[in-house]
Design a protein around this ligand. Structure first.
Ligand code: 5RP
Length: 234
Protein backbone atom coordinates (compact mmCIF):
# COMPACT_ATOMS: atom_id res chain seq x y z
CA UNK A 1 0.00 0.00 0.00
CA UNK A 2 1.18 3.54 -0.62
CA UNK A 3 1.85 5.63 2.46
CA UNK A 4 -1.07 7.73 3.60
CA UNK A 5 -0.72 11.39 2.68
CA UNK A 6 -1.04 14.18 5.22
CA UNK A 7 -4.21 15.62 3.77
CA UNK A 8 -7.95 15.63 4.26
CA UNK A 9 -8.32 14.03 0.85
CA UNK A 10 -9.37 10.39 0.55
CA UNK A 11 -6.35 8.25 -0.31
CA UNK A 12 -6.02 4.71 -1.53
CA UNK A 13 -3.44 2.67 -3.37
CA UNK A 14 -4.16 1.06 -6.72
CA UNK A 15 -1.93 -1.85 -7.68
CA UNK A 16 -1.40 -1.58 -11.40
CA UNK A 17 -0.87 -5.29 -11.84
CA UNK A 18 2.42 -5.21 -13.65
CA UNK A 19 6.10 -4.71 -12.99
CA UNK A 20 7.40 -1.27 -13.84
CA UNK A 21 10.84 0.34 -13.85
CA UNK A 22 11.63 2.36 -10.77
CA UNK A 23 12.00 6.05 -11.64
CA UNK A 24 9.83 8.92 -12.63
CA UNK A 25 9.25 7.73 -16.19
CA UNK A 26 7.87 4.44 -14.94
CA UNK A 27 5.74 6.33 -12.38
CA UNK A 28 4.37 8.63 -15.08
CA UNK A 29 3.52 5.68 -17.26
CA UNK A 30 1.86 3.81 -14.39
CA UNK A 31 -0.33 6.80 -13.48
CA UNK A 32 -1.17 7.36 -17.15
CA UNK A 33 -2.21 3.75 -17.62
CA UNK A 34 -4.56 3.88 -14.63
CA UNK A 35 -6.07 7.08 -16.05
CA UNK A 36 -6.54 5.46 -19.47
CA UNK A 37 -8.54 2.74 -17.71
CA UNK A 38 -11.02 5.37 -16.45
CA UNK A 39 -12.02 6.32 -19.99
CA UNK A 40 -15.12 4.59 -21.36
CA UNK A 41 -16.38 3.95 -24.86
CA UNK A 42 -18.19 6.93 -26.39
CA UNK A 43 -16.64 9.52 -24.07
CA UNK A 44 -15.57 13.04 -25.02
CA UNK A 45 -12.03 13.27 -23.71
CA UNK A 46 -9.73 16.23 -23.00
CA UNK A 47 -6.06 15.45 -23.58
CA UNK A 48 -3.47 17.46 -21.62
CA UNK A 49 0.10 18.27 -22.54
CA UNK A 50 3.51 17.09 -21.34
CA UNK A 51 5.72 14.08 -20.77
CA UNK A 52 3.19 12.30 -18.53
CA UNK A 53 0.40 12.75 -21.04
CA UNK A 54 2.80 11.30 -23.63
CA UNK A 55 2.30 7.97 -21.81
CA UNK A 56 -1.48 8.43 -21.71
CA UNK A 57 -1.91 8.70 -25.47
CA UNK A 58 -0.64 5.22 -26.45
CA UNK A 59 -2.38 3.66 -23.45
CA UNK A 60 -5.64 5.21 -24.61
CA UNK A 61 -5.05 4.28 -28.26
CA UNK A 62 -4.43 0.65 -27.28
CA UNK A 63 -7.94 0.46 -25.80
CA UNK A 64 -9.47 0.99 -29.27
CA UNK A 65 -12.48 2.85 -27.89
CA UNK A 66 -14.71 5.12 -29.89
CA UNK A 67 -13.79 8.54 -28.48
CA UNK A 68 -14.06 12.21 -29.39
CA UNK A 69 -10.87 13.90 -28.19
CA UNK A 70 -9.90 17.54 -27.73
CA UNK A 71 -6.21 18.42 -27.36
CA UNK A 72 -4.74 21.21 -25.23
CA UNK A 73 -1.78 21.83 -27.55
CA UNK A 74 -0.75 21.32 -31.13
CA UNK A 75 1.90 18.80 -30.08
CA UNK A 76 -0.65 16.67 -28.22
CA UNK A 77 -3.05 16.92 -31.17
CA UNK A 78 -0.35 15.68 -33.55
CA UNK A 79 0.80 12.84 -31.27
CA UNK A 80 -2.77 11.70 -30.61
CA UNK A 81 -3.71 11.76 -34.29
CA UNK A 82 -0.60 9.73 -35.18
CA UNK A 83 -1.78 7.06 -32.73
CA UNK A 84 -5.22 6.96 -34.37
CA UNK A 85 -7.12 8.92 -31.71
CA UNK A 86 -9.89 11.08 -33.18
CA UNK A 87 -9.00 14.67 -32.32
CA UNK A 88 -11.42 17.45 -33.16
CA UNK A 89 -11.57 21.21 -32.56
CA UNK A 90 -12.99 22.20 -29.20
CA UNK A 91 -15.44 24.60 -30.86
CA UNK A 92 -17.83 21.75 -31.66
CA UNK A 93 -18.24 20.45 -28.09
CA UNK A 94 -19.70 22.30 -25.11
CA UNK A 95 -18.53 19.85 -22.47
CA UNK A 96 -16.30 16.83 -21.95
CA UNK A 97 -16.83 13.66 -19.94
CA UNK A 98 -13.26 13.45 -18.73
CA UNK A 99 -9.97 15.29 -19.10
CA UNK A 100 -6.56 13.92 -18.13
CA UNK A 101 -3.45 16.04 -17.67
CA UNK A 102 -0.15 16.29 -15.81
CA UNK A 103 0.94 18.90 -13.26
CA UNK A 104 4.14 20.52 -12.02
CA UNK A 105 3.14 20.71 -8.34
CA UNK A 106 0.33 19.10 -6.37
CA UNK A 107 -0.51 20.52 -2.93
CA UNK A 108 -2.08 18.41 -0.15
CA UNK A 109 -5.39 20.30 -0.49
CA UNK A 110 -5.60 19.71 -4.25
CA UNK A 111 -4.30 23.05 -5.54
CA UNK A 112 -2.09 22.54 -8.60
CA UNK A 113 0.59 24.45 -10.42
CA UNK A 114 0.51 23.72 -14.14
CA UNK A 115 2.02 25.28 -17.23
CA UNK A 116 5.56 23.94 -17.30
CA UNK A 117 4.88 23.36 -20.99
CA UNK A 118 3.16 26.71 -21.41
CA UNK A 119 -0.24 25.21 -22.27
CA UNK A 120 -1.99 26.11 -19.00
CA UNK A 121 -4.61 28.46 -20.46
CA UNK A 122 -6.02 25.82 -22.79
CA UNK A 123 -5.52 23.18 -20.10
CA UNK A 124 -7.66 25.12 -17.63
CA UNK A 125 -10.43 25.65 -20.19
CA UNK A 126 -10.45 21.93 -20.93
CA UNK A 127 -10.33 20.95 -17.24
CA UNK A 128 -13.22 23.30 -16.43
CA UNK A 129 -15.32 21.84 -19.25
CA UNK A 130 -14.86 18.26 -18.05
CA UNK A 131 -17.20 16.43 -15.68
CA UNK A 132 -14.11 14.71 -14.31
CA UNK A 133 -10.58 16.12 -14.36
CA UNK A 134 -7.93 13.51 -13.60
CA UNK A 135 -4.37 14.63 -12.83
CA UNK A 136 -1.51 12.21 -13.45
CA UNK A 137 1.91 12.77 -11.86
CA UNK A 138 5.03 11.02 -10.67
CA UNK A 139 6.15 11.04 -7.05
CA UNK A 140 8.27 14.20 -7.45
CA UNK A 141 5.19 16.40 -7.98
CA UNK A 142 3.41 16.34 -4.58
CA UNK A 143 4.66 19.20 -2.39
CA UNK A 144 3.73 20.42 1.08
CA UNK A 145 3.46 24.05 -0.05
CA UNK A 146 3.18 25.49 -3.57
CA UNK A 147 6.14 27.58 -4.60
CA UNK A 148 7.10 29.83 -7.51
CA UNK A 149 7.47 29.96 -10.44
CA UNK A 150 3.79 30.24 -11.40
CA UNK A 151 3.38 30.16 -15.20
CA UNK A 152 1.33 32.94 -16.78
CA UNK A 153 0.19 33.61 -20.33
CA UNK A 154 0.10 37.28 -21.31
CA UNK A 155 -1.45 39.22 -24.15
CA UNK A 156 1.32 40.69 -26.38
CA UNK A 157 -0.54 44.04 -26.43
CA UNK A 158 0.81 46.26 -23.63
CA UNK A 159 3.25 43.57 -22.54
CA UNK A 160 5.69 45.93 -20.78
CA UNK A 161 2.89 47.49 -18.72
CA UNK A 162 1.58 44.05 -17.76
CA UNK A 163 5.06 42.87 -16.76
CA UNK A 164 5.49 45.96 -14.57
CA UNK A 165 2.18 45.31 -12.77
CA UNK A 166 3.00 41.62 -12.28
CA UNK A 167 6.60 41.99 -11.08
CA UNK A 168 8.51 39.95 -10.14
CA UNK A 169 8.03 38.06 -13.36
CA UNK A 170 10.41 36.50 -15.85
CA UNK A 171 9.78 36.06 -19.56
CA UNK A 172 10.40 32.57 -20.87
CA UNK A 173 12.74 32.00 -23.77
CA UNK A 174 9.98 30.07 -25.51
CA UNK A 175 7.79 30.44 -28.59
CA UNK A 176 4.33 31.98 -28.15
CA UNK A 177 1.50 29.71 -27.01
CA UNK A 178 -0.77 28.05 -29.57
CA UNK A 179 -3.00 31.13 -29.18
CA UNK A 180 -0.20 33.69 -29.64
CA UNK A 181 0.19 34.43 -25.92
CA UNK A 182 3.51 35.34 -24.29
CA UNK A 183 4.57 32.73 -21.72
CA UNK A 184 6.22 34.01 -18.53
CA UNK A 185 6.64 32.98 -14.91
CA UNK A 186 5.53 34.92 -11.86
CA UNK A 187 8.38 34.48 -9.37
CA UNK A 188 7.01 36.21 -6.28
CA UNK A 189 5.82 34.44 -3.13
CA UNK A 190 2.85 32.08 -3.07
CA UNK A 191 1.62 32.70 0.47
CA UNK A 192 -2.00 31.95 -0.41
CA UNK A 193 -2.77 30.17 -3.70
CA UNK A 194 -6.37 31.44 -3.60
CA UNK A 195 -5.34 35.08 -3.14
CA UNK A 196 -2.58 34.86 -5.74
CA UNK A 197 -4.94 33.15 -8.18
CA UNK A 198 -7.49 35.95 -7.74
CA UNK A 199 -4.79 38.60 -8.11
CA UNK A 200 -3.36 37.08 -11.30
CA UNK A 201 -6.85 36.60 -12.76
CA UNK A 202 -7.67 40.25 -12.06
CA UNK A 203 -4.50 41.64 -13.66
CA UNK A 204 -5.24 43.20 -17.06
CA UNK A 205 -3.19 41.53 -19.78
CA UNK A 206 -3.04 38.15 -18.01
CA UNK A 207 -4.83 35.68 -20.27
CA UNK A 208 -4.35 32.74 -17.94
CA UNK A 209 -2.23 31.41 -15.11
CA UNK A 210 -1.08 28.02 -13.88
CA UNK A 211 -2.75 27.94 -10.45
CA UNK A 212 -5.59 25.41 -10.63
CA UNK A 213 -8.25 25.52 -7.92
CA UNK A 214 -9.10 22.19 -6.22
CA UNK A 215 -12.72 22.60 -7.36
CA UNK A 216 -11.46 21.86 -10.89
CA UNK A 217 -9.81 18.61 -9.84
CA UNK A 218 -11.60 15.27 -9.42
CA UNK A 219 -8.79 12.76 -8.92
CA UNK A 220 -5.03 12.86 -8.60
CA UNK A 221 -3.15 9.70 -9.60
CA UNK A 222 0.39 9.65 -8.24
CA UNK A 223 2.87 7.06 -9.46
CA UNK A 224 4.92 5.89 -6.49
CA UNK A 225 7.37 3.14 -7.30
CA UNK A 226 5.27 0.22 -8.51
CA UNK A 227 1.97 1.54 -7.15
CA UNK A 228 -0.37 4.31 -8.13
CA UNK A 229 -1.84 6.29 -5.25
CA UNK A 230 -5.21 7.89 -5.84
CA UNK A 231 -6.45 11.05 -4.14
CA UNK A 232 -10.08 12.00 -4.62
CA UNK A 233 -10.40 15.78 -4.47
CA UNK A 234 -13.88 16.89 -5.55
C1 5RP B 1 1.93 21.78 -19.56
C2 5RP B 1 1.63 21.27 -18.20
C3 5RP B 1 2.11 19.90 -17.86
O1 5RP B 1 1.00 19.12 -17.57
C4 5RP B 1 3.02 19.99 -16.67
O2 5RP B 1 4.08 20.90 -16.98
C5 5RP B 1 3.59 18.63 -16.31
O3 5RP B 1 4.42 18.20 -17.33
P1 5RP B 1 5.13 16.78 -17.31
O4 5RP B 1 4.05 15.75 -17.40
O5 5RP B 1 6.03 16.81 -18.51
O6 5RP B 1 5.91 16.69 -16.02
O7 5RP B 1 1.02 21.91 -17.39
O8 5RP B 1 1.53 23.10 -19.71
Amino acid sequence: MASPVSTGLATRALPIGQTVRVGTDAEKRAAAEVAAGLVEDGMRVGLGTGSTVAYLLPALARRRLSLRCVATSDRTARAAAELGLAVEPFDGLDRLDIAVDGADQVAPDGWLVKGGGGAHTREKIVAAAADRFVVIVDSTKPVEVLRPPIPVELLPFGLQATLRRLAPVSLRDAPPSSDGGVIADYTGPVASPARLSALLSATPGVVGHGLFDPSLVSDILIGRGEKVERRTVS
